[in-house]
Ligand binder design. Sequence first.
Ligand code: NOJ
Length: 558
Amino acid sequence: MTENWWKESVVYQIYPRSFCDSNHDGIGDIKGIIDKLDYLRQLGIDVIWLCPVYKSPNCDNGYDISDYQNIMDEFGTMKDFDELLYRAHEKGIKIIMDLVVNHTSDEHAWFIESKKKYKNPYHDFYIWREGKNGKEPTNWESWFSGSAWEYCEDRNMYYLHVFAKKQPDLNWDNPVVREEIYKLMRWWCEKGVDGFRMDVISMISKAEQFEDGNVMEGHTYGDLSPYVIHGPHVHEYLKEMNTEVLSRYDLMTVGETAGVTPEEAINYAGFDRRELNMVFHFEHMDLDFGEKGKWNDKPPKLTRLKEVMSRWQNELYDKAWNSLFWNNHDQPRIVSRFGNDKEYWEKSAKMLATCLHMMQGTPYIYQGEEIGMTNIPFTSIEQYRDIESHNAWRDLVENGDFTPEYMLKCLNFKSRDNARTPMQWDDSNFAGFSDCEPWIQVNSNYQKINAASQVNDPDSIFSYYKKLIQLRKEHKIIVYGKYQLIMEESEAVFAYIRFYKNEKLLVLCNFTDKDVLCQIPNEYDLIEKELLIGNYHDSLQDPWKLRSYEAKVFKYTD
Ligand code: NOJ
């Protein structure tokens, strides 16, 4: 397999709004990130994925862009950005930008022109349709609840918005739109950025015919997914983007591709496809969905998680590259989701990290994950800031599907705001994130869980992540080795082996608070092994026994 820097890198995702506030307004900013570059260097990461910092009215915290070549006032200036890029590069850290080009903000100059009554060059920049019998063109439901169509009086037409109504979808079938996007991408590349994380890139090509979607039980609107995901021209457009932009620079690219299967992922990111380097799939994140989609309060069975993770490891092997993540700004905190954020907080955070970081693919760490940050138990909808959570509350509670108590339970378990509370830097007021009231409440556990108490403690979750990152740099088997699941049927243990040249790794992770005995193929008992990492001391004493949330990794060399 060809070796590439982006296969060997570990990425750290920054959600700037919640990372570090340098100018006393309760909102994180670019200068705040610059202040923390040494912390990131200490952790050992190679690449920052910077969530959107472009000009935006912030209906969806920057995922609604009104100017792609300017910086959001709250985050600073372009001069600050240039300094961040320069300083990060100086420290050997690359930066990939979040590229949100499936849609813009409705306050983008293109949309302001597009919605005008009289024909102009921007009229076809978005997806406009006539109404049907005085109603929306189709019954589609937006991913943020409600209809996916919004009426515009001036044009007497509807425009499509897969997400919020302030996020109109661009019309990628218009070649002028595509050229404008490539132009702005080249502009960022010329600045020296190192790549792009492409927001909902699997949605840029829409179906040729729009028809009503299936109305699933309990839903008012129809499912738009078949009309907007993996559309007929998506690969043609990505290949064009590759020719026009990506192939001209040494970049790392990762596409956010909701609804993707491994087979389709190979189309997007196959080694011979000339499209993207890798994609994010969400199969493992969708396992705890319930009847009302993501709004649920129960974790999935371990065997289902193992099946999904293993299928991706196996099916992409030698054909395409995996991205590995437990967290991002849209997902609740993993230690509260698949771990135990109470008695076994530290052990389970380390176990989850081991389980993911020993797999093949590029690992992504989301800010705060490296110190074991947890979900936040808000007690009222008013404390939430996220548009998706508010829209869902309106739909499910105000329509009487869920009681407020149950919906709060679901939000506590799944809301995106769990990931968006301020980074916990120390035990001072507002967790050292800011010196004034932040835009969203700080988790009250910041006195126990914070970076300052962990960076110099060799037993901390931070130090454990640091070690996992180092190991990846020292052992090619972690990056390139082939994967094989063992103990398939176990509902307690996630165990797998990696193979590379004359080496093997045996990874054992207990997902429960009970002791378990592993069933290991005989040969692993007989040959000499080296313990690479473990989250308990004395892990070698009784090698096949796993205590509560224990993880250990053995290395064998022929
Ligand atoms: C996916 C992003 O990760 C999410 O935060 C955003 O709301 C939607 N795309 C719309 O841009």
